[in-house]
Design a protein around this ligand. Sequence first.
Ligand SMILES: CC(C)(COP(=O)(O)OP(=O)(O)OC[C@H]1O[C@@H](n2cnc3c(N)ncnc32)[C@H](O)[C@@H]1OP(=O)(O)O)[C@@H](O)C(=O)NCCC(=O)NCCS
Length: 161
Amino acid sequence: MVGKSRWTCLKLPESVSIRAGSIDDLQAVYRLNQQVFDQGWSVEALYSALESGYDLIICEKDAMLAGYLLSLSVLDEIQIMQIAVAKACRRQGLAAAMTAFLLDQAEEMASVTLEVRVSNHAAHELYASLGFEEVGLRKKYYPPDAAGRCEDALLMSKNIQ
Ligand SMILES: CC(C)(COP(=O)(O)OP(=O)(O)OC[C@H]1O[C@@H](n2cnc3c(N)ncnc32)[C@H](O)[C@@H]1OP(=O)(O)O)[C@@H](O)C(=O)NCCC(=O)NCCS
């Protein structure tokens, strides 16, 4: 690992690239957001997140958006707000690579935290595989679904110092 970043050490195909995103990426991000999440963000909410200081990481495969990671840094803590990978591109290490890219930019930070739905097995396994630990439970954290149920969130965290 000496002299190499974590994410470039991952075995990704040459067709995959990861980079910092910008407002220019938001229409494509919005489309993926709508495909992936039941309660996605509006395009306005995504724009206002970037304008208010959120960071965006973009993963492209064959020059098309394959995934993104949206995070917010507050003091010495990074919060992962959203991570999404297109269905056709899953289980190829892209979410793990975007998270490693995020950690590479975060040398001065102390921890990375996130909330994940208790039912979201894939995301829970992703974060557990990256060394995140469960540190709390937020009861009825998410807005009500069609049946009026508010799901709990697991709070997960990883120390990075
Ligand atoms: C969660 C999500 C981002 C994972 O993306 P991904 O690119 O497929 O994940 P990776 O390929 O990097 O997986 C890395 C590891 O995470 C775990 N993992 C990922 N998806 C998994 C699944 N469906 N079931 C079990 N483990 C899983 C595995 O340990 C995997 O390693 P392996 O493939 O060698 O076994 C993707 O499924 C997704 O976009 N889901 C919908 C959006 C979402 O729920 N986001 C999280 C909440 S914001």
